[in-house]
Design a protein around this ligand. Structure first.
Ligand code: P6P
Length: 324
């Protein structure tokens, strides 16, 4: 079954937008695969104050150009763009907002480690009278998402997608450039023995996270009574694809180096889409206070602490945070 067949029963306007995003990712996959010094060359600094690499900009431009063709697309928000990109006024039936991180993990570009694209689709209500969208229109909680997905540009190019009824996986055929369904309904095992965190930040974490990781490190002689394994790719999409496939928990928590910053990852186009996917697959996503799908939205580029994956581990993290 192809992606197009899989979407045959979805809302036609939503399906068309999702297919255009998938088309953009096919084009991005081709650019990623070709490599080249210009991909990892620093070209500018984005709204996050982070160095934009050539491939970040190329992927962003591709997504904007290709997605804008979708008649139901009202506006876009991108990690790489300070302001939203109005595309067209919402029609009498409304439309959709598309938010994306065009290239997650770009620090891995020059060392040939998997990178990815993450996207989120929110409803764009009909405006009366019709008017261009504003940033405030896009500032909706994650639970409002009508679809979310990601693409991993790795040994295989894989698309994972939810439209609210489970999570499906697709693999890009490198010859035909067709997305073939490789998993009809992906689920996150509730129990896991694997965690993912940048352990070098241990001394900067809040107490509940330090306690959690120290328990894992204590292994079978510690309070958890079993040994755990650790993985850290440095590319959230790759880590979360592993977790969706075989279980695990991913953490990028608040840390005291920038106490006014809730976390490193962005809510609207990284944490929210991943939280919807993981929740649809039976897992959980927690920001240290609430489920990420309910995290109050204060800005297009706001950051959030992320603890996401196997349900039993997120429950344990919630208990440690509740205990303070
Ligand atoms: P660190 C990539 O830049 C990213 O936003 C995530 O994809 C990834 O999990 C994290 O940062 C890596 O952070 O601290 O290992 O550099």
């Amino acid at each position: 079954m192809t992606l197009s067949d899989h979407l045959a029963t979805a809302n036609p306007a939503l399906a068309q937008l999702l297919l255009s995003v998938a088309d953009a990712c096919v084009e991005i996959a081709g650019v990623v695969r070709r490599g080249g010094a210009e991909h990892s060359a620093a070209v500018s600094v984005n709204v996050q104050g982070e160095v934009q690499k050539g491939l970040d900009v190329m992927a962003n431009d591709i997504l904007i150009r290709v997605a804008a063709r979708s008649p139901a697309l009202v506006a876009m928000g991108s990690e790489e763009m300070d302001e939203i990109i109005p595309v067209r006024d919402a029609g009498p039936d409304g439309g959709y907002f598309l938010l994306f991180d065009p290239l997650d993990g770009s620090s891995n570009i020059d060392v040939n480690i998997s990178v990815g694209t993450i996207f989120s689709i929110l409803p764009a209500p009909a405006a009366d009278p019709a008017r261009p969208a504003t940033e405030a229109d896009l500032m909706q909680p994650g639970r409002n998402q009508v679809a979310a997905g990601y693409v991993v540009y790795g040994p295989q190019v894989t698309l994972v997608l939810t439209t609210g009824d489970g999570v499906a996986g697709f693999t890009l055929d490198p010859e035909t450039l067709v997305w073939n369904r490789s998993a009809e309904r992906m689920t996150v095992p509730a129990r896991t023995g694997e965690y993912a965190i940048n352990a070098s930040n241990h001394r900067h974490w809040a107490a509940p996270v330090r306690t959690y990781v120290d328990e894992l490190l204590a292994g079978k002689d510690g309070p958890r009574g079993r040994n755990f394994n650790m993985r850290w790719v440095g590319s959230m999409v790759a880590d979360l694809h592993r977790i969706l496939t075989r279980g695990g928990v991913f953490l990028y928590p608040w840390d005291r180096r920038e106490p006014d910053r809730a976390g490193r990852l962005r809510l609207m186009y990284e944490a929210n889409p991943m939280a919807l996917i993981i929740a649809q697959a039976g897992g959980q996503a927690f920001d240290g206070t609430t489920d990420i799908l309910d995290t109050p939205v204060t800005g297009l580029h706001q950051r959030v602490a992320v603890m996401i994956g196997s349900s039993e581990e997120v429950d344990h993290l919630k208990a440690l945070h509740a205990a303070g």
